[in-house]
Write a protein that binds this ligand. Structure first.
Ligand SMILES: O=C(O)CCC(=O)C(=O)O
Ligand SMILES: [Fe+2]
Length: 293
Protein backbone atom coordinates (compact mmCIF):
# COMPACT_ATOMS: atom_id res chain seq x y z
CA UNK A 1 0.00 0.00 0.00
CA UNK A 2 1.35 3.42 -0.97
CA UNK A 3 0.62 6.81 0.55
CA UNK A 4 -2.47 8.70 -0.51
CA UNK A 5 -2.01 12.05 -2.26
CA UNK A 6 -4.84 14.57 -2.02
CA UNK A 7 -5.31 17.86 -3.86
CA UNK A 8 -5.19 21.03 -1.80
CA UNK A 9 -8.95 21.31 -2.41
CA UNK A 10 -9.67 18.06 -0.53
CA UNK A 11 -11.68 18.47 2.64
CA UNK A 12 -9.91 18.36 5.97
CA UNK A 13 -12.19 15.47 6.96
CA UNK A 14 -10.90 13.42 4.06
CA UNK A 15 -7.27 14.18 4.95
CA UNK A 16 -7.89 13.24 8.60
CA UNK A 17 -9.62 9.99 7.59
CA UNK A 18 -6.57 9.01 5.51
CA UNK A 19 -4.27 9.90 8.41
CA UNK A 20 -6.36 7.84 10.84
CA UNK A 21 -5.84 4.85 8.53
CA UNK A 22 -2.28 5.37 7.23
CA UNK A 23 -0.63 7.70 9.75
CA UNK A 24 0.20 10.13 6.95
CA UNK A 25 -1.10 11.85 3.82
CA UNK A 26 0.44 13.97 1.05
CA UNK A 27 -1.24 17.31 0.30
CA UNK A 28 -0.45 18.79 -3.12
CA UNK A 29 0.31 22.50 -3.43
CA UNK A 30 0.65 22.86 0.34
CA UNK A 31 2.31 26.24 -0.28
CA UNK A 32 2.07 28.54 -3.28
CA UNK A 33 5.03 29.03 -5.59
CA UNK A 34 5.86 32.55 -4.34
CA UNK A 35 6.09 31.31 -0.74
CA UNK A 36 8.23 28.37 -1.82
CA UNK A 37 10.57 30.62 -3.82
CA UNK A 38 10.85 33.01 -0.87
CA UNK A 39 11.69 30.22 1.58
CA UNK A 40 14.25 28.76 -0.82
CA UNK A 41 15.96 32.11 -1.37
CA UNK A 42 16.10 32.70 2.39
CA UNK A 43 17.59 29.28 3.13
CA UNK A 44 19.96 28.64 0.22
CA UNK A 45 22.83 30.79 1.59
CA UNK A 46 22.65 28.96 4.93
CA UNK A 47 22.60 25.57 3.19
CA UNK A 48 25.51 26.47 0.96
CA UNK A 49 27.58 27.44 3.99
CA UNK A 50 26.20 24.47 5.96
CA UNK A 51 28.02 21.55 7.54
CA UNK A 52 27.59 17.82 6.93
CA UNK A 53 25.94 15.69 9.57
CA UNK A 54 28.33 14.19 12.10
CA UNK A 55 26.58 10.86 12.68
CA UNK A 56 24.75 8.19 10.70
CA UNK A 57 21.29 9.27 11.84
CA UNK A 58 21.89 12.91 10.82
CA UNK A 59 23.58 11.70 7.63
CA UNK A 60 27.18 12.31 6.54
CA UNK A 61 25.91 13.51 3.12
CA UNK A 62 23.07 15.58 4.57
CA UNK A 63 22.93 19.19 5.69
CA UNK A 64 20.50 20.30 8.39
CA UNK A 65 19.44 23.70 9.64
CA UNK A 66 17.25 24.61 12.60
CA UNK A 67 15.74 27.93 13.64
CA UNK A 68 13.51 28.21 10.57
CA UNK A 69 11.67 31.26 11.95
CA UNK A 70 14.97 33.03 12.58
CA UNK A 71 16.21 32.31 9.04
CA UNK A 72 13.17 32.76 6.79
CA UNK A 73 10.63 35.56 6.73
CA UNK A 74 8.44 33.51 4.34
CA UNK A 75 7.66 30.54 6.59
CA UNK A 76 4.49 31.77 8.32
CA UNK A 77 2.11 30.11 5.78
CA UNK A 78 3.52 26.68 6.69
CA UNK A 79 1.71 26.87 10.01
CA UNK A 80 -1.48 28.26 8.47
CA UNK A 81 -2.32 25.46 6.04
CA UNK A 82 -5.77 24.15 6.88
CA UNK A 83 -5.16 20.40 6.60
CA UNK A 84 -2.10 20.63 8.86
CA UNK A 85 -3.90 22.70 11.50
CA UNK A 86 -7.06 20.58 11.35
CA UNK A 87 -4.99 17.41 11.76
CA UNK A 88 -3.15 18.94 14.74
CA UNK A 89 -6.48 19.89 16.32
CA UNK A 90 -7.94 16.47 15.65
CA UNK A 91 -5.05 14.35 16.91
CA UNK A 92 -3.69 16.55 19.71
CA UNK A 93 -6.49 18.54 21.32
CA UNK A 94 -7.87 15.66 23.33
CA UNK A 95 -9.62 16.82 26.51
CA UNK A 96 -8.67 15.44 29.89
CA UNK A 97 -10.96 15.32 32.90
CA UNK A 98 -10.14 16.03 36.52
CA UNK A 99 -11.32 17.91 39.60
CA UNK A 100 -10.53 21.20 41.28
CA UNK A 101 -11.79 20.41 44.73
CA UNK A 102 -15.10 18.73 43.98
CA UNK A 103 -15.63 20.79 40.81
CA UNK A 104 -15.23 18.72 37.66
CA UNK A 105 -12.71 20.31 35.30
CA UNK A 106 -12.16 19.49 31.66
CA UNK A 107 -8.94 20.75 30.13
CA UNK A 108 -8.00 20.92 26.47
CA UNK A 109 -4.28 21.26 25.68
CA UNK A 110 -2.74 23.51 23.04
CA UNK A 111 -0.18 22.63 20.42
CA UNK A 112 3.10 24.39 19.74
CA UNK A 113 5.99 24.29 17.31
CA UNK A 114 8.38 21.76 18.83
CA UNK A 115 10.86 21.48 16.00
CA UNK A 116 11.77 23.11 12.69
CA UNK A 117 14.39 21.54 10.49
CA UNK A 118 15.60 21.99 6.94
CA UNK A 119 17.01 18.71 5.63
CA UNK A 120 19.00 18.61 2.40
CA UNK A 121 20.04 15.13 1.31
CA UNK A 122 22.87 14.96 -1.23
CA UNK A 123 23.72 12.12 -3.66
CA UNK A 124 25.51 9.30 -1.88
CA UNK A 125 23.46 9.54 1.33
CA UNK A 126 22.17 6.19 2.60
CA UNK A 127 18.84 5.26 4.15
CA UNK A 128 18.18 6.66 7.59
CA UNK A 129 17.05 4.12 10.20
CA UNK A 130 13.25 3.96 10.41
CA UNK A 131 12.04 5.62 13.59
CA UNK A 132 9.17 7.41 15.29
CA UNK A 133 9.78 11.11 15.89
CA UNK A 134 7.73 11.01 19.11
CA UNK A 135 10.63 8.94 20.44
CA UNK A 136 12.07 12.31 21.50
CA UNK A 137 9.31 12.39 24.12
CA UNK A 138 9.85 8.74 25.01
CA UNK A 139 6.19 8.44 24.03
CA UNK A 140 4.29 5.21 24.33
CA UNK A 141 1.84 3.70 21.84
CA UNK A 142 -0.51 1.68 23.96
CA UNK A 143 -4.13 1.75 22.75
CA UNK A 144 -5.89 5.00 23.65
CA UNK A 145 -2.69 6.87 24.42
CA UNK A 146 -3.02 9.22 21.45
CA UNK A 147 -0.43 11.22 19.54
CA UNK A 148 2.07 13.80 20.77
CA UNK A 149 3.04 15.28 17.40
CA UNK A 150 1.55 16.09 13.98
CA UNK A 151 4.27 17.14 11.56
CA UNK A 152 4.95 18.08 7.99
CA UNK A 153 7.69 17.41 5.53
CA UNK A 154 7.44 20.15 2.91
CA UNK A 155 9.10 19.28 -0.39
CA UNK A 156 11.26 22.32 -1.21
CA UNK A 157 12.59 20.35 -4.20
CA UNK A 158 10.80 17.46 -5.90
CA UNK A 159 10.89 14.30 -3.75
CA UNK A 160 11.61 11.23 -5.91
CA UNK A 161 12.42 7.56 -5.27
CA UNK A 162 15.98 8.32 -6.45
CA UNK A 163 16.82 11.49 -4.53
CA UNK A 164 15.80 10.35 -1.06
CA UNK A 165 12.06 10.98 -0.64
CA UNK A 166 11.06 10.24 2.95
CA UNK A 167 10.33 6.54 3.60
CA UNK A 168 7.08 6.02 5.51
CA UNK A 169 5.50 2.86 6.95
CA UNK A 170 1.74 3.28 6.41
CA UNK A 171 -0.36 2.22 9.38
CA UNK A 172 2.58 2.01 11.77
CA UNK A 173 1.12 4.74 14.01
CA UNK A 174 -1.21 1.98 15.29
CA UNK A 175 1.56 -0.44 16.19
CA UNK A 176 2.47 -1.30 19.78
CA UNK A 177 5.86 -0.30 21.16
CA UNK A 178 7.33 -3.76 20.68
CA UNK A 179 6.80 -4.13 16.91
CA UNK A 180 9.89 -3.34 14.81
CA UNK A 181 9.54 -1.72 11.38
CA UNK A 182 10.90 -3.62 8.39
CA UNK A 183 12.44 -1.98 5.33
CA UNK A 184 10.05 -3.69 2.95
CA UNK A 185 7.07 -2.18 4.79
CA UNK A 186 8.17 1.38 3.91
CA UNK A 187 7.00 3.37 0.88
CA UNK A 188 8.44 6.59 -0.55
CA UNK A 189 6.68 9.94 -0.10
CA UNK A 190 7.10 10.91 -3.75
CA UNK A 191 5.80 14.45 -4.29
CA UNK A 192 6.35 17.64 -6.23
CA UNK A 193 8.05 20.69 -4.76
CA UNK A 194 5.44 22.68 -2.85
CA UNK A 195 3.57 19.57 -1.69
CA UNK A 196 3.85 18.28 1.86
CA UNK A 197 3.58 15.02 3.73
CA UNK A 198 1.58 15.44 6.94
CA UNK A 199 2.32 12.58 9.32
CA UNK A 200 2.02 11.58 12.93
CA UNK A 201 4.72 11.40 15.57
CA UNK A 202 3.88 7.70 15.98
CA UNK A 203 4.40 6.78 12.31
CA UNK A 204 7.64 5.01 11.43
CA UNK A 205 9.64 6.82 8.75
CA UNK A 206 13.17 7.81 7.78
CA UNK A 207 15.09 9.78 5.20
CA UNK A 208 15.49 7.93 1.89
CA UNK A 209 18.69 6.91 0.14
CA UNK A 210 19.85 9.40 -2.49
CA UNK A 211 21.00 7.36 -5.50
CA UNK A 212 20.63 10.25 -7.98
CA UNK A 213 23.63 11.45 -9.98
CA UNK A 214 23.19 15.10 -9.11
CA UNK A 215 19.75 15.82 -7.64
CA UNK A 216 19.58 16.95 -4.05
CA UNK A 217 16.46 16.59 -1.92
CA UNK A 218 15.57 19.51 0.31
CA UNK A 219 12.68 19.27 2.74
CA UNK A 220 11.45 21.28 5.71
CA UNK A 221 9.96 19.54 8.68
CA UNK A 222 7.88 21.31 11.33
CA UNK A 223 6.41 19.48 14.29
CA UNK A 224 3.26 20.69 16.02
CA UNK A 225 3.48 19.11 19.45
CA UNK A 226 1.39 18.97 22.59
CA UNK A 227 1.72 22.31 24.37
CA UNK A 228 2.68 20.77 27.70
CA UNK A 229 5.70 18.88 26.37
CA UNK A 230 9.20 20.26 26.17
CA UNK A 231 10.09 21.60 22.72
CA UNK A 232 12.56 19.29 20.96
CA UNK A 233 14.23 22.33 19.38
CA UNK A 234 14.37 25.17 21.87
CA UNK A 235 12.48 27.92 20.07
CA UNK A 236 13.19 30.56 22.73
CA UNK A 237 16.91 30.15 22.00
CA UNK A 238 16.62 29.36 18.28
CA UNK A 239 14.70 32.56 17.45
CA UNK A 240 16.13 35.76 18.96
CA UNK A 241 13.59 37.75 20.95
CA UNK A 242 13.95 40.73 18.60
CA UNK A 243 13.08 38.48 15.64
CA UNK A 244 10.17 36.87 17.51
CA UNK A 245 8.74 40.38 18.06
CA UNK A 246 8.47 40.86 14.28
CA UNK A 247 6.60 37.59 13.57
CA UNK A 248 2.84 37.31 13.05
CA UNK A 249 0.86 36.75 16.26
CA UNK A 250 -0.10 33.14 15.43
CA UNK A 251 3.55 32.24 14.81
CA UNK A 252 4.58 33.89 18.09
CA UNK A 253 1.93 31.88 19.90
CA UNK A 254 3.03 28.64 18.24
CA UNK A 255 6.69 29.30 19.06
CA UNK A 256 5.76 29.16 22.74
CA UNK A 257 4.76 32.71 23.60
CA UNK A 258 1.49 31.36 24.96
CA UNK A 259 0.45 29.04 27.75
CA UNK A 260 -1.11 25.63 27.73
CA UNK A 261 -4.01 25.18 30.18
CA UNK A 262 -4.04 25.09 33.05
CA UNK A 263 -0.75 26.91 33.77
CA UNK A 264 2.04 25.57 31.56
CA UNK A 265 4.56 28.20 30.50
CA UNK A 266 3.78 31.17 32.77
CA UNK A 267 6.20 33.88 33.78
CA UNK A 268 5.74 36.03 36.85
CA UNK A 269 4.83 39.68 36.17
CA UNK A 270 3.81 41.94 39.06
CA UNK A 271 3.15 38.88 41.22
CA UNK A 272 0.86 37.33 38.62
CA UNK A 273 1.45 34.04 36.78
CA UNK A 274 1.19 35.63 33.36
CA UNK A 275 0.90 34.58 29.73
CA UNK A 276 4.50 34.84 28.43
CA UNK A 277 3.40 36.62 25.24
CA UNK A 278 3.75 39.78 27.31
CA UNK A 279 7.54 39.77 26.73
CA UNK A 280 6.95 40.49 23.03
CA UNK A 281 4.49 43.34 23.55
CA UNK A 282 5.33 47.05 23.26
CA UNK A 283 2.25 47.86 25.30
CA UNK A 284 2.16 44.90 27.66
CA UNK A 285 -1.21 43.40 28.51
CA UNK A 286 -1.12 41.16 31.54
CA UNK A 287 -3.11 37.96 31.02
CA UNK A 288 -3.48 35.55 33.91
CA UNK A 289 -2.25 32.05 33.09
CA UNK A 290 -3.57 30.20 36.13
CA UNK A 291 -6.26 27.61 36.67
CA UNK A 292 -8.95 30.11 37.64
CA UNK A 293 -8.19 32.62 34.90
O1 LIG B 1 14.73 13.69 5.73
C1 LIG B 1 13.75 12.96 5.85
O2 LIG B 1 13.07 12.60 4.90
C2 LIG B 1 13.34 12.47 7.21
C3 LIG B 1 14.31 12.83 8.29
C4 LIG B 1 13.85 12.37 9.62
O3 LIG B 1 12.90 11.66 9.76
C5 LIG B 1 14.57 12.78 10.83
O4 LIG B 1 15.71 13.26 10.74
O5 LIG B 1 14.01 12.60 11.93
FE1 LIG C 1 12.21 11.57 11.74
Amino acid sequence: MGLTTLPRTASVEEAIAVMERDGGVIIEDFVDSATLAGIKADLDPYLEAGEWGQDTFSGHRTRRLGGLYAKSTHAAPLVEEEHFLAAAEHFLLRPTKGFLGEEPVELVPTFQIGVTQVIKIYPGEGKQALHRDDGVFQWTHEPGYGQARVQIMLAVEDFTEENGATNVVPGSHLWPDDRAPKREEAVSAVMKAGSALIWLGGTYHGGGENTAAEATRTGITIGLDLGYLRQEENQYLAVPLETAKTLPLHVQRLLGYSFCPPTMGWIEVDGVMADPHIVLEDEPVLVNATFNA
